[in-house]
Design a binder for this molecule. Structure first.
Ligand code: PLP
Length: 374
């Protein structure tokens, strides 16, 4: 049975060039980047070249890129240190953030008794910017945390605009860019966001590695204490093969971005047209012009089909998701869909189909054929 992978927002396949690079580093460059001997110095050089390459692709400086074990760690670090060390007394966020932000904010509220305000979310999943401006009129040291691309419904935030608003109001701005890094251009000179985070496995790199962009002179302090790695901001021996793989993955993603974007967008349009012709009453959850890799749809099936639909597709070798990966095994409705759908629609089956350059129209056809047999 052919595997049809339509769950690229959960994770992506690793590019062969990335595997090659990682294998080379694992085999040849086992020196500790902190060691002063030749093997160590070679590893240090790979580490710093990787940092430089990532920084260049985001128009940042190398010293602003700090490697972490994943996007979750980077989000938690930034939010926690902002409250603990930067005197942030209030976090403005939304109820459709990834749990790596939402749960971290809940814990910080409990631990530090900070104020947490939620921005209104429109029915299409868009953040209500007028409400953000209203909230920012309060005079308290504030951090705004809003994701760039929503991982479940693909709504896109105007990063530059929100950065500008935050700057005008003296608020810090953190954006979870896990779904957008490597898939859309981010220029950190043009955009004044203070902190962003990325995760390599979302852009055809390895799992278990990510990075945080920490704007120069932010004052952020480490979460872990130990060695002096990452300029003292993130102790622990660097996972060199993962980092080199991540740099290579971002390099290829940026190099092929325009071409792959066009290809994937065309595939998404084909998917929508096929859904329209086979299931005319289906609905798109979120913005109909959402991010090009993600399509979340409400299918015109009865409620009793909700639980078995993923299972049925899985039996046919088709991997899609009902929401974020961590929720797909649970029957709890998605917290994102709960914010934007009516009670009635929430009970009906919704699916997230997320695409990559390796998908084809045949994949879409197989998915549609499988849906027709439900
Ligand atoms: N933020 C978003 C928007 C995500 O989609 C994910 C992954 O699902 C994460 C954070 C967590 O990233 P990681 O898997 O690297 O911890």
């Amino acid at each position: 049975m052919r595997n049809i992978y339509l769950d690229n927002a959960s994770t992506t396949s690793v590019r062969p060039e990335v595997v090659q690079e990682m294998t080379k580093v694992l085999t040849e460059n086992y020196g500790n980047p902190s060691s002063t001997h030749a093997l160590g110095r070679k590893s240090k050089s790979i580490l710093e070249l990787s940092r430089k390459s990532i920084a260049q692709n985001l128009n940042a400086t190398a010293q602003e890129v700090i490697f972490t074990s994943c996007g979750t760690e980077a989000n938690n670090w930034i939010l926690r240190s902002a409250v603990k060390d930067l005197n942030v007394k209030r976090i403005i966020t939304s109820k459709i953030e990834h749990h790596a932000v939402l749960y971290a904010v809940f814990v910080l509220k409990k631990e530090y008794d900070i104020q947490v305000d939620f921005i209104n979310v429109k029915p299409d999943g868009e953040i209500d910017i007028t409400h953000l401006v209203e909230l920012l009129s309060q005079d308290r040291k504030t951090l705004v945390s809003l994701m760039h691309v929503n991982n479940e419904v693909g709504t896109v935030l105007d990063l530059e605009h929100v950065s500008m608003i935050c700057k005008e109001h003296g608020a810090l701005f953190h954006s979870d860019t896990v779904q957008s890094v490597g898939k859309t251009r981010i220029d950190l000179q043009k955009c004044t966001v203070d902190f962003i985070v990325a995760s390599a496995h979302k852009f055809h790199g390895p799992k278990g590695v990510g990075f945080a962009f920490i704007r120069k002179n932010s004052g952020l302090q480490p979460l872990f204490f130990g060695g002096d790695q990452e300029k003292g901001l993130r102790a622990g021996t660097e996972a060199l093969h993962q980092i080199a793989g991540m740099a290579k993955a971002l390099e290829y993603s940026c190099l092929n971005m325009a071409e792959e974007r066009e290809y994937i967008l065309d595939l998404k349009e084909y998917l929508i047209s096929q859904l329209k012709s086979q299931f005319p009453t289906f609905k798109i959850n979120g913005d109909i012009n959402g991010f090009y890799t993600i399509l979340n749809v409400l299918l015109p099936f009865t409620e009793d089909k909700t639980a078995m639909i993923l299972f049925h597709l899985d039996m046919k070798g088709i991997a899609v998701s009902r929401g974020s990966a961590c929720q797909s095994g649970s029957i709890k409705p998605s917290h994102v869909l709960a914010e934007i759908l009516s009670e009635e629609d929430l009970k009906k089956p919704s699916l997230r189909i997320s695409l990559s350059y390796s998908n084809t129209k045949d994949d879409v056809d197989a998915f549609i054929d499988a849906l027709k047999t439900i």
